[in-house]
Design a protein around this ligand. Structure first.
Ligand code: PMP
Ligand code: GLU
Length: 390
């Protein structure tokens, strides 16, 4: 067989999606698996949003759209960002693309050979490979459980070198649920201004912050011109399968992302864009209702984890992940990968090993609590039984 291109050695598959696939495979054999793997709300997309897309389909909105997105959606996104995030933007500052794809464009547009990109450690599994794919060097910024996994300006300052080009913020964060304080965001933006860095601010969990309030760096003086804000409806409107999202950035950045999009995706799915217009312009009560339920699940998950021997778990301020540490001495000497595999094999509980999220995730598991309270309680019961039998 002919060989793949050398660049393929720079990309690994997503560990979160891999664990999700393993759980699905086991389920397909008839096993009753409790899945705490993928970060995806168990709720169905609210009915009015579906109706918006169905109406668009019926009206024949099934053709290519402008590459940056339909004007109504770009305007709706800009209006929400200005109102809720305080970002000084208009429709011209918006490109519609799935959130993951949006991040891919951002790294492709900003990162060159040998450029250093500061990413949180632990962080969501896709930043590191996306930076490498752009020929950049990911530089981990250590986050501490003791501070609730905030990304502090002090830790960022220590990681800056003359080669630093981009700093990535993700708050509330995957996989820790940590949230940066407004002072963290202000301090990191000051550093970005001082060192002339780009900022990529992944705010996809901004609706799901339970403690404290989110602050967008693009809303601060000197922030907008250097920040790519990434957002989308997947988590807050239960729309993961729609593959939608957006970039908010200066016009020159949108023009760059538009060029990348025009040569890859062409445009986000036409009728799905209409569904998102409905989501953003319609009643927002389902967002609040889902958030309230996630908060109840968080409290159940965290309390249950803390009751397990050898487990420490900071309270996640947002998103729908808990990121507890497991003392291997009380968990059969298993490291996080072995523990995740054993829990799946023996207890039918699927989790993601913390080391998939960076060196500082070692010894942790990520548990997504985007599933029902009954399943959370059942999974915790199985984990306790598994530990008791070790
Ligand atoms: N950023 C973070 C931090 C995420 O957790 C996810 C979820 N997969 C994404 C971006 C990508 O979101 P989407 O699936 O909407 O592309
Ligand atoms: N972000 C989600 C997660 O971390 C979905 C999977 C992915 O995109 O990696 O589980």
């Amino acid at each position: 067989m002919p060989k793949f291109a050398p660049r393929m050695s720079r990309i690994v598959g997503s560990a979160t999606l891999r664990m999700n696939n393993l759980a699905a495979q086991k389920r397909a054999t008839g096993a009753d698996v409790v899945s705490f793997t993928v970060g995806e709300p168990d709720f169905d997309t609210p009915e009015p949003i579906k109706e918006g897309a169905i109406k668009a389909l019926r009206a024949g909105r099934t053709k290519y759209t402008p590459t940056s997105g339909i004007p109504e959606l770009r305007k709706a996104i800009a209006d929400v960002a200005a109102r809720e995030q305080g970002i000084p933007c208009t429709a011209k500052n918006v490109l519609v693309a799935p959130a993951k794809q949006s991040l891919f464009y951002a790294f492709q547009a900003l990162v060159g050979q040998g450029d250093e990109v500061l990413i949180p450690d632990p962080a969501w599994v896709s930043y590191d490979p996306m930076v490498r794919w752009a020929h950049g060097t990911p530089i981990p910024v250590p986050l501490e459980a003791a501070t609730g996994f905030r990304m502090t300006p002090e830790a960022v300052a220590k990681a800056i070198t003359p080669r630093t080009r981009v700093v990535v913020l993700n708050s509330p964060a995957n996989p820790t649920g940590g949230a940066n304080t407004p002072d963290d965001v202000k301090g990191i933006l000051s550093l970005a201004i001082e060192h002339d860095l780009w900022v990529i601010s992944d705010e996809i969990y901004r609706h799901l912050q339970y403690d404290g309030k989110p602050l967008s760096p693009a809303s601060l003086p000197g922030g907008f011109e250097r920040t790519w804000t990434i957002d989308g409806p997947s988590k807050s409107y239960a729309m993961t399968g729609w593959r939608m999202g957006w970039i908010i950035a200066p016009e020159s950045c949108i023009e760059a992302a538009d060029r990348l999009q025009s040569q890859s995706l062409s445009n986000a799915t036409s009728f799905a864009q209409d569904g998102v217009v409905t989501a953003l312009t319609g009643p927002q009560d389902s967002v609040a209702a889902m958030k309230a339920e996630f908060l109840a699940r968080r409290d159940l998950m965290v309390a249950g984890l803390r009751a397990l021997p050898g487990v420490t778990c900071p309270t996640p301020a947002g998103a729908f992940y808990a990121f507890p540490h497991f003392d291997a001495k009380q968990w059969g000497g298993l490291d996080d990968t072995a523990l995740a595999m054993a829990l799946l094999d023996k207890a039918n509980v699927a989790t993601t090993p913390g080391s998939a999220f960076g060196a500082r995730g070692t010894g942790h598991l990520r548990l997504s609590y985007a599933c029902s309270r009954e399943r959370i309680a059942e999974g915790l019961k199985r984990m306790a039984a598994f530990q008791g039998a070790l």
